[in-house]
Ligand binder design. Structure first.
Ligand code: ZN
Length: 390
């Protein structure tokens, strides 16, 4: 990197003050940390600023041209980094005949948009699956009716601030190598509003809003899951000065279900069948998730269905029932996976034991050796593989 100050600014050795100023301004626009967060640019900005501090001072420049060390006087370099980009631009553009955009930003508005609010509710699995309407109690700021959000007692008006003459900002002037740097700060007397409420509304203490508890109904769409947020536009906090309300987010938590476990849009459950039924085959009535919904007797909603268990069904066998899961938020419906658990009879009486021993004898199973093999990956995984393969 060049250490020649003229090269750093990209100007000729005989450049006049105006050329130097333009060159520095151009570089500051590219390199200032407020504009360019790249660490290398920040280093470059410090060097360029140090160069300009020397070359813009006729005495320092003359000393440098004679071969002197420009930083011998305990000069730290990079002081310009202490000024914001706006300060530097104001120093170049501001205060010169009042033209351009060198002025301040004016008073800050009393009326601002309110914050978003969040509440969490718990719903049942069937409600999450098929949608539900819920009455909610919400506690948010609402517009003060006494002053209609203005904050001033009825019949009074905010008056212009005498300290800043209604501008909301006061100027602070600092001397620097750039000349005078004028920074505008919010007026302390009116907190930057430019006006003062001499007689605040008694109900809202001048804030233009009060807290209120109210009821509202939220429609929760079918297919939501734990963590889903339903957005209610402009039902959040009213802003300062009675400003527009933020949004209200209702975050869903789905309660665990006694029968079904949810996995995405799929449901899982386990059905236990006696060993004899699994061997001989049977039919089991399985409840549907719809059975949880409140419904009229003749609504026609299927509350259960028959699941055939074929003769010879093994424990751990899984049945995939398409479209009996949870509806998706974007349409479609997940599946139901039923795992069969075959229950071995315990506590046999004499007669039952006699029958089982007779059965074992007929089947040649009196001295089973066991069939030892690696543990399978889950049956469900294999079932999925089979489905996606076709
Ligand atoms: Zn009020």
């Amino acid at each position: 990197m060049s250490t020649d100050l003229y090269e750093l600014l990209g100007v000729a050795r005989d450049a006049d003050a105006d050329t130097l100023k333009k060159a520095y301004r151009r570089l500051a626009r590219q390199l200032h940390p407020d504009v360019n967060p790249d660490p290398e640019s920040q280093e470059q900005f410090k060097l360029v600023t140090a160069a300009y501090e020397v070359l813009s001072d006729p005495q320092k420049r003359a000393a440098y041209d004679r071969g002197g060390d420009p930083f011998s006087g305990g000069f730290g370099g990079g002081q310009g980094a202490g000024f914001s980009f706006t300060d530097i631009m104001d120093a170049f553009f501001g205060g010169q005949g009042g033209g351009g955009q060198g002025g301040g930003r004016g008073p800050r508005p009393r009326v601002r948009r309110g914050q978003d609010a969040l509440i969490r509710i718990e719903i049942e699995l069937a409600e999450a699956a098929f949608g539900v309407s819920r009455e909610l109690k919400v506690d948010t700021a609402i517009r003060c009716t006494t002053c209609s959000g203005a904050g001033a007692a009825p019949g009074t008006q905010p008056v212009p601030c005498e300290t800043c003459r209604g501008v909301g900002e006061v100027a602070h002037v600092q001397r620097s190598f750039l000349g005078e740097i004028r920074t505008l700060r919010p007026c302390a007397a009116c907190r930057g509003f430019g006006s003062v409420i001499a007689d605040p509304c008694r109900d809202c203490a001048g804030d233009g809003r009060i807290r209120s508890r109210r009821s509202l109904t939220v429609k929760i769409p079918a297919g939501v899951d734990t963590g889903t947020r339903v957005q209610l536009t402009e039902q959040g906090e009213v802003g300062p000065g009675g400003g527009p309300a933020g949004d209200l987010y209702v975050e869903i938590h789905v309660a665990p279900h006694a029968t079904f476990e949810r996995n995405g849009n799929d449901l899982h459950c386990t059905v236990s069948v006696p060993m004899t039924a699994a061997a001989l085959g049977t039919t089991i009535a399985l409840p549907t998730l719809e059975a949880d919904l409140e419904q009229d007797e003749d609504s026609g909603v299927e509350t259960s269905f028959d699941l055939p268990i074929p003769a010879g069904t093994q424990s751990g066998h899984q049945v995939l029932l398409r479209g009996r899961g949870v509806p998706g938020l974007r349409g479609g419906r997940g599946d139901l996976v039923v795992s069969i658990a075959v229950e071995t009879p315990g506590r046999l009486d004499a007669r039952q034991e006699e029958l089982l021993r007779e059965l074992a004898a007929i089947r040649g199973e009196e001295q089973p050796t066991g069939d030892v093999r690696p543990t399978h990956k889950s049956m469900f995984g294999r079932l999925r593989d089979a489905f996606t393969a076709h």
